[in-house]
Design a protein around this ligand. Sequence first.
Ligand SMILES: [Zn+2]
Length: 391
Amino acid sequence: MKYDDFVKIAHQVDEAKTITLCQNLVQTASISGDELPIAHLAAEYLAHAGLQVELIKHEPRRASVLAVLKGNGEKPALLFSAHMDTVSPGEARWQHDPFAAEIAEGKIWGRGASDMKSGMAALMSAAKTLADCGLPRKGDLYLALSAGEETGLVGARALIESLTNKGIQAALIAEPSANELVTAEKGALWLQLITYGKTAHGSMPECGHNAIVMMLELLRELQQSSFAHTPHPLLGDFTHSLNVISGGIGTNVVPDLCTAAVDMRTVPGQDHHQIIAQIQCLFQKLEKRLPGFKADIRVLNDCPPLSVAEDNPFVQLVAQAAQTITTKAVQPRGVRFFSDGAVLIPALQIPWVIIGPGPAELAHQPDEYVEVEKLVQAARIYTLSAAQYLL
Ligand SMILES: [Zn+2]
């Protein structure tokens, strides 16, 4: 088949039905922990489109969806990834009801419109377009629609087992990027530091060990530490930020416990184990210097940084598709947030891209929206990419 034939398939995406699908998804609230209704909706749509669908239950109100559009196995399989859950609409007043999916000013408004029900709708619409185009498929198209991306990537972790050994050789993740091509994602390493002391009456501090004072010493050491890394051309620098600290129960009690949480954002080339080992070295240093110093470290979140070569053939294929559909030059970029890719990509060891219709800066904000035009474009980019990869 010629490239123009693939482009023709991409233009078979049903614009009106894609918009309605996105509205239906936004109208089906799916705040993390309550993904069952949207999982049923997605499963029903995909089964109706001719895919084999499996509902993977995690908890009574929580499920992920795994669907496959089978090919004859002559070509490798492709993975489409989206998460179904959203954060809550929050306390702030919305101009548009967060679950009405109103269309105004050429945009669909609502919680998840950007992050990432528009991407999810576009992937589902692309799968349906491929199923309907009537051409024989050589490779399988997998759709992994996860629960709990916003809460520890629980759905993606549960899906991994079902996705390995399926011949999947590339992944497209529909996180919001305003249809720009993303080839690098920052890692996240969230650490809890704990210092232990010995309690005593506040009038007799010499009888105790003050856990807060220990923590201050530890944090000073941490601030002065440098963590080896090379700034990434698309992601910039490694950052760390001390974002939670708590300790003490009363003015007259020497505290025996203090905890702090540090949010580290890593770049490719950094090894999270090495960072943890470096902090443990600080403990040893302080144990020698301060009698009674005792500390511990707990990993709260561990998402490795990701990057993919811009000249990888799959990356090039999606870049060309995006350029064809949007008629704009494609300039790969990086994102600071982490996605299901942090679980899927290291497990599958495959090339990947993020490209999604929503504007990334609106994730988790009130008055979230997606531009209708970008939603339809995304469905066409996905269809064009998958058609080339699988037909
Ligand atoms: Zn997201």
